[in-house]
Design a protein around this ligand. Structure first.
Ligand SMILES: C[S@@+](CC[C@H](N)C(=O)[O-])C[C@H]1O[C@@H](n2cnc3c(N)ncnc32)[C@H](O)[C@@H]1O
Length: 444
């Protein structure tokens, strides 16, 4: 029997149980999803509507997605195992069949007979892969019989990302980040102020974290969980809930959320009782924000326009800028971001953030506050932006931050008074999304 690649979280029981009954088409779809994710930004989402994926019954589609995500999280390790057994590189279509099969046996604990027989059938189907049918069988049976051998978590990170994070955060943190990147994260819930986190935790078999987030290992369709229909809570990573808490909106204030969709932070702001203007350039993403407001019974004025072009004279007590970014901090939930992001994206997005920060600053009343955040690990999108912003805008000063009061790890506080939340923090609880957060107050 092959050993499982070790990780702190148990595999998905329902995926394991169903895998033996799921057929070749789902494995084909897993390969389509995997390759689309490797091709570039937005690839995985686009591939969900491809015929091979969309035509599958619901459970098969969920299985295909779970396999593709497992393969993306462990791609480096899977390739290490394969490369030890392959004398020369096979065509991509063959490697994909092998990757999909190993993601099943080594990560999702799919029974080997099911993963291997479907892989061989897939190879048989296509004239291009048919000559490799015996190779596929031999490699997979070999791994099953002899075990995968040693693998390194850091191999799952693209080289340029690993080099960047090593230079920025050091070797020990890089190793911790690579470990937390291997496993599917828990689901975090934020709730309305009137809803008791302990009651939500009990209803979803979860745990209330400091700050009020509930974390649960529960799986499946969140829309079927207790409290969803009533709009008591919404899905939001514990780290993503920190920026709106830091902005600290109050009833009677007017607040702008300048990159608002799909709206997790807008819901937090609206739940405070402040009057909220939620702006986003994407009408499509705002549809999800509208649905979220409707379900939770909260309200906000919605504006669909780029923040820089917004013709409106109002200024605000508080402004949140959750700027578009590389999103490299969300790799636990979206392992494809590490493959889709290219080095040039960092500088491109830093330019957008620079422009948006200046547009946001103009909206802050004297004496008001601005919170800037990005779910990126890259300094150019975080610390460097704020250093440059404070130079350009002497009317703004960094405001004191108390991580404990915000539900953020104490070690996230930087010497400058900002928060650099790393996914490897709170690792014993499964980690957090990576975020940079700064609060800048405008002098009265
Ligand atoms: C990080 S996401 C925001 C997530 C959101 N705050 C939440 O908590 O759910 C960034 C958003 O910025 C929007 N965006 C990008 N460029 C923009 C611009 N120039 N003006 C306004 N919104 C923009 C994108 O459409 C995207 O919805």
């Amino acid at each position: 029997m092959a050993e499982k690649i070790r990780g702190p979280r148990p595999p998905r029981q329902e995926v394991r149980d169903e895998a033996a009954d799921i057929g070749v088409e789902a494995r084909l779809a897993a390969g389509v999803l995997l390759n689309a994710a490797l091709e570039g930004r937005g690839g995985l989402d686009a591939a969900l509507s491809f015929r091979e994926v969309a035509a599958l019954p619901g459970p098969d589609r969920a299985f295909a997605r779970a396999v593709a995500m497992a393969a993306l999280r462990r791609l480096g390790e899977i390739d290490q195992i394969l490369d030890r057994r392959l004398q020369k590189a096979p065509p991509l279509a063959v490697r994909t069949i092998l990757r999909v099969a190993l993601a099943q046996t080594l990560v999702l604990e799919t029974p080997a007979f099911a993963a291997v027989s479907t892989a061989v059938k897939l190879a048989e189907r296509d004239p291009k892969t048919r000559p490799y049918k015996n190779l596929v069988n031999a490699v997979l049976r070999g791994v099953d019989r002899e075990g995968p051998g040693l693998t390194t978590a850091e191999s799952n990170l693209p080289d340029w990302i690993a080099a960047r994070w090593r230079a920025t955060y050091g070797e020990a943190t890089l190793a911790a980040l690579a470990l937390v990147a291997r496993d599917e994260p828990a689901t975090d819930l934020s709730m309305k102020p009137a809803v008791d986190p302990a009651a939500v935790a009990a209803s979803v078999d979860g745990e209330a974290l400091t700050g009020g987030t509930v974390r649960t290992g529960k799986r499946g369709d969140v829309a079927a969980w207790p409290g969803f229909e009533d709009g008591d809570w919404w899905v939001q990573d514990a780290a993503a809930a920190v920026p709106a808490r830091l902005l600290a909106p109050k009833a009677g204030e007017i607040v702008a959320d300048l990159c608002a969709a799909p709206g997790g932070k807008t819901l937090q702001l609206a739940a405070s009782g402040a009057a909220v203007v939620a702006l986003d350039r994407s009408e499509t993403r705002l549809k999800r924000l509208r649905a979220n407001l409707e379900r939770t019974g909260l309200s906000a004025e919605i504006v669909a326009v780029p923040a820089e072009d917004w013709e409106d004279d109002r200024t605000f007590d508080a402004v949140l800028l959750d700027a578009p970014c590389t999103a490299t901090g969300t790799f636990r939930r979206n392992p494809e971001v590490l493959r889709a992001t290219k080095p040039a994206d960092v500088a491109k997005l830093a330019d957008v953030q620079h422009r948006l920060l200046d547009a946001a600053a103009e909206r802050v009343k004297p004496g008001g506050r601005l919170v800037y955040c990005v779910c990126s690990m890259e300094r150019e999108e975080g610390e460097t932006q704020i250093i440059a912003f404070l130079r350009r805008n002497p009317a703004f000063k960094t405001a004191p931050v108390d991580p404990a009061a915000l539900g953020a790890p104490a070690e996230a506080l930087t010497p400058e008074g900002w928060l650099r939340i790393l996914p490897s923090m709170w690792a014993e609880k499964g980690g957090l999304d990576g975020f940079f957060v700064a609060r800048l107050d405008r002098v009265a």
